[in-house]
Design a protein around this ligand. Structure first.
Ligand code: NAP
Length: 276
């Protein structure tokens, strides 16, 4: 078993994830795994970094596929005996003018951004080694979407005692409510992406609390963040940040030094903790 530290970035064949891997290759003292659902696109991305003189390793990972997540889990367990850095970056967003029915957009978006990200956490968080760092890439859209929720929902999402089970129930209810055409009446905002990222931010707050309860003394730090508005296939060419600039906050959180006791359980933008 290798004692080399290991970092994994989900959805990193392009965009912000790719830039996070690039930065980690330069700064992380260990093996960095670029992961992709499509091995061809993943290997191509690894080759691109190699041309820049950077060494990333590849492992397949489709976060929508539990078997794929578990294969990565078993590989990490066997080869490294755990994991030091996990960046949950993989995500999807329908384009603003997409005419796919809202209920379908809600189901598909929540499936990847919330439920699949949660599955990755369920399988990989138990592998985190002491002083491990976990970064869940959310979005500032989660904050605006929270503001668009009813007072009752806002209270639940800001609660310091909400459980993972309760959050899963709420995310499931959102999808169901869109299918029944009652999501607005039920206090939800009109953004599937926004609700999925509320899920990611709140999940991060819950997971950090769980780490405090169950693994106090292991010094693991877990946070949600927004990379900013970044020029990728998702956000388009008019966005203000380059992918490398978008990677800065996630990488800062992934490389928090071993003597840092925070941030933890926070929502971070531009390396600054924001009120949720
Ligand atoms: P992007 O260029 O579209 O890249 C998304 C990445 O996620 C791709 O590598 C994609 O792989 C991967 N992915 C999607 N579904 C996956 C799955 N089921 N399993 C594994 N990988 C999957 O988007 P981006 O702008 O870099 O976004 C990265 C993250 O930042 C997302 O979580 C996004 O919500 C968040 N974010 C972005 C912005 C922005 O302005 N760009 C702002 C706030 C937050 P394929 O190539 O196979 O599709």
């Amino acid at each position: 078993m290798s004692s080399v530290p290991v970092a994994v970035v989900t959805g990193s064949n392009k965009g912000i994830g790719f830039a996070i891997v690039r930065a980690l290759c330069k700064q992380f003292p260990g093996d960095v795994y670029l992961t992709a659902r499509d091995p061809g696109r993943g290997q191509e991305a690894v080759a691109k970094l190699q041309e820049e003189g950077l060494r990333a390793l590849f492992h397949q990972l489709d976060i929508d596929d539990l078997q794929s997540i578990r294969a990565l889990r078993d590989f990490l367990k066997e080869k490294y005996g755990g994991l030091n850095v996990l960046v949950n970056n993989a995500g999807i967003a329908f384009k603003v003018h997409d005419t796919t029915p809202f209920a379908v957009q809600a189901e598909v978006t929540l499936k990847t951004n919330f439920f699949a990200t949660r599955n990755v956490c369920t399988e990989l968080l138990p592998l985190m080694k002491p002083y491990g760092r976990v970064v869940n890439v959310s979005s500032m859209v989660s904050t605006s979407a929270l503001g668009g929720c009813s007072q009752e929902l806002q209270k639940k999402f800001r609660s310091d005692t909400i459980t993972e089970g309760e959050l899963v129930e709420l995310m499931t209810k959102f999808v169901e409510d869109t299918k029944k055409g009652v999501h607005e009446k039920e206090g939800w905002p009109n953004t599937a992406y926004g609700v999925s990222k509320i899920g990611v931010t709140v999940l991060s707050r819950i997971q950090a609390r769980m780490l405090n309860e169950k693994r106090k003394g292991d010094h693991i730090l877990l946070n949600a963040c927004c990379p900013g508005w970044v020029r990728t296939d998702m956000a388009g060419p008019r966005a203000t940040k380059s992918p490398d600039e978008g990677a800065e906050t996630p990488v800062y959180l992934a490389l928090l030094p071993s003597d840092a006791d925070g941030p933890h359980g926070q929502f971070v933008i531009d390396k600054t903790v924001r009120t949720w």
